[in-house]
Design a protein around this ligand. Structure first.
Ligand code: NAP
Length: 285
């Protein structure tokens, strides 16, 4: 490689611990190839006691930016000098970039969740009513914000560990409420969206077995778990006639803003990209 070509190479990546499972390099690698961009996107396994130092050294290490995944989104948020409104609301950043040596952060998880629904089910939020969010972990935080942003009210957070549901509801205020798992049947009658953000139903985890009887047929059911693509929740909802959306699109769409910022081209989420990830997931089995 000539020195010029080397200096033109823009480097980004994904930071997490562990990181071996991340499909982000496949997504960004596909877009780099497609657009003929002189760039790279790699995995960076950074243990928790090294994350502050890693972020401080990003520019010296030649990175233009990075995605951040579990368990570093909160540390990344704290390390940023500037964050967007969503990262500020969630107190977590998953997309970082450097501007004049200053670390900036955004959170694109909520964008990815909404863009997935907007693309796959246009009009899904035309008449927002109550929403049910199963789970109160990191992903739930972004999704509660996203649903509130589109006018769903109330957003009912249902979690095994009720304290975490209360803590999330307290964070977002009076348009949210916290509930125990056993309360679920009584929460469904006026819901227009139900989202699973727990790891239940994911390969290697117990299935998510809930009775959807009380959910209006017009309600959309979506799962952010994408291995398998059709979870038992989505299969049960489809049989009952609900519109359903799988979680793979969220993963693909959340990657778009970072790529645009680091490499200067806004990429598209296409069926071809989706197939590349699906093939990789099935090869990994
Ligand atoms: P997390 O912070 O660890 O939260 C996990 C959630 O699952 C908690 O609410 C937890 O409840 C619940 N849970 C786990 N095991 C359970 C069980 N046996 N019974 C009932 N509830 C249980 O994880 P996360 O980051 O939010 O991710 C959650 C899932 O979303 C993962 O499967 C992840 O792969 C997926 N995800 C997908 C995308 C995407 O782009 N599609 C993005 C982010 C995450 P407790 O609080 O009671 O433990």
């Amino acid at each position: 490689m000539s020195p010029n070509a080397k200096s033109a190479l823009r480097r980004a990546g994904v930071i997490g611990w562990p990181i071996g499972h991340s499909r982000s390099p496949l997504i960004h690698g596909h877009w780099l190839d497609l657009h003929g961009i002189a760039g790279s996107y790699d995995r960076y396994g950074v243990p928790p006691d090294r994350i502050e130092a890693f972020l401080a050294e990003m520019e010296a290490d030649g990175l233009v930016g990075a995605n951040v995944t579990i368990p570093h989104k909160e540390a990344a948020f704290r390390a940023c000098r500037h964050v967007d409104d969503v990262a500020a609301a969630l107190e977590a950043a998953n997309t970082l970039w450097l501007e004049d040596g200053v670390l900036h952060g955004a959170n694109t998880d909520a964008y990815g969740f909404l863009a997935n629904l907007d693309h796959s089910t246009p009009g899904w939020d035309d008449t927002p009513q109550a929403a049910i969010v199963l789970g109160a972990g990191g992903a739930a935080r972004a999704i509660v914000w996203a649903l509130m942003d589109r006018g769903f009210n109330p957003v009912r957070i249902v979690n095994r560990t009720i304290e975490k549901a209360f803590s999330l509801a307290a964070h977002f205020g009076s348009k949210t409420s916290a509930h125990a798992w056993r309360d679920l049947p009584g929460l469904m009658a006026d819901a227009s969206v139900l989202v699973n953000t727990t790891s239940l139903g994911m390969e290697g985890h117990p299935p998510l077995a809930i009775d959807l009887t009380g959910l209006p047929e017009r309600a959309l059911v979506t799962d952010i778990v994408y291995v398998p693509l059709e979870t038992n929740l989505l299969a049960a909802a489809r049989v009952r006639g609900h519109r359903t959306v799988d979680g793979l699109g969220m993963l693909l769409h959340q990657a778009v803003p970072g790529f645009a910022r680091w490499f200067g081209v806004t990429p598209e989420v296409t069926p071809r990209l989706r197939q590349i990830i699906l093939d990789d997931l099935s090869e990994a089995k």
